[in-house]
Design a protein around this ligand. Structure first.
Ligand code: NI
Length: 227
């Protein structure tokens, strides 16, 4: 399941993020990533422990905590602190798969990567190439979103960032450990929750059918969630 969430950040927030990130210290992204990843990764990243990364990352986390679509789709238990990367011209990241477990630097916390997220911070017309290409059950998809929009996709999928041939692509990316590890179960819960959300304004709050569906939703979460 691949979900696009629009306007996670407003235009003003994106502008502020970009101002902060332009002044940040960028380092070679090949210093992180597995030994396989290192051979195919050409980008720059802000150090996780940099004040600017923590500040902007926390802003994203606070926003997502109150975002109904994100919560419904991800059922998050833990979120890896958002990181920031930049693919300048000739940058790219070849086909790879993300590690199953990510250790949060300078902590004892690890995150099982059920979902991966990319929050775009550059507008599509600022660069050529740079699509996030995700392989899925029904073929590949190339994702290039407006600044402030985010894609959420299974971290188990093979993916790459197509070479940037003009300009620069700035983004935030992170992983989510879900309360529901099984992707098919999580997708079913998402569909059910979205249907309930769509029916809610059409029916009385005490409509017996709506209450039944809501109870089925919570009973399935109870059955499938691990805490
Ligand atoms: Ni990746």
């Amino acid at each position: 399941m691949l979900i696009t969430i629009e306007n996670v950040l407003s235009r003003d927030e994106v502008r502020q993020f970009r101002t902060y990130l332009e002044a940040a210290a960028w380092e070679d992204g090949a210093s992180s990533g597995g030994s396989l990843a290192r051979t195919v990764k050409r980008n720059e990243q802000v150090d996780d422990s940099a004040e600017v990364a923590i500040k902007l990352g926390n802003h994203i986390l606070r926003t997502l905590a109150n975002h109904p679509l994100f919560v419904s789709a991800a059922l998050p238990r833990k979120i890896y602190p958002p990181r920031f990367n930049r693919y300048a011209t000739d940058g790219g990241y070849g086909l790879h798969v993300d590690s199953a477990i990510m250790h949060v630097p300078n902590s004892a916390v690890s995150v099982r990567t059920d979902l991966a997220a990319t929050l775009f911070l550059s507008e599509p017309d600022e660069y050529d190439g740079g699509e996030l290409e995700i392989e899925g059950q029904f073929g590949g998809q190339a994702i290039k979103l407006a600044a402030g929009d985010m894609v959420l996709y299974p971290a188990s999928s093979l993916h790459r960032v197509a070479p940037v041939t003009r300009g620069a692509r700035v983004a935030s990316f992170f992983w989510v450990e879900s309360l529901v590890a099984d992707a098919a179960a999580r997708a079913t819960l998402f569909d059910l929750d979205q249907a309930i959300q769509q029916l809610t304004p059409l029916l009385a709050a005490d409509d017996a059918r709506l209450l039944k569906l809501t109870s089925v939703y919570h009973n399935l979460v109870r059955r499938w969630a691990t805490t």
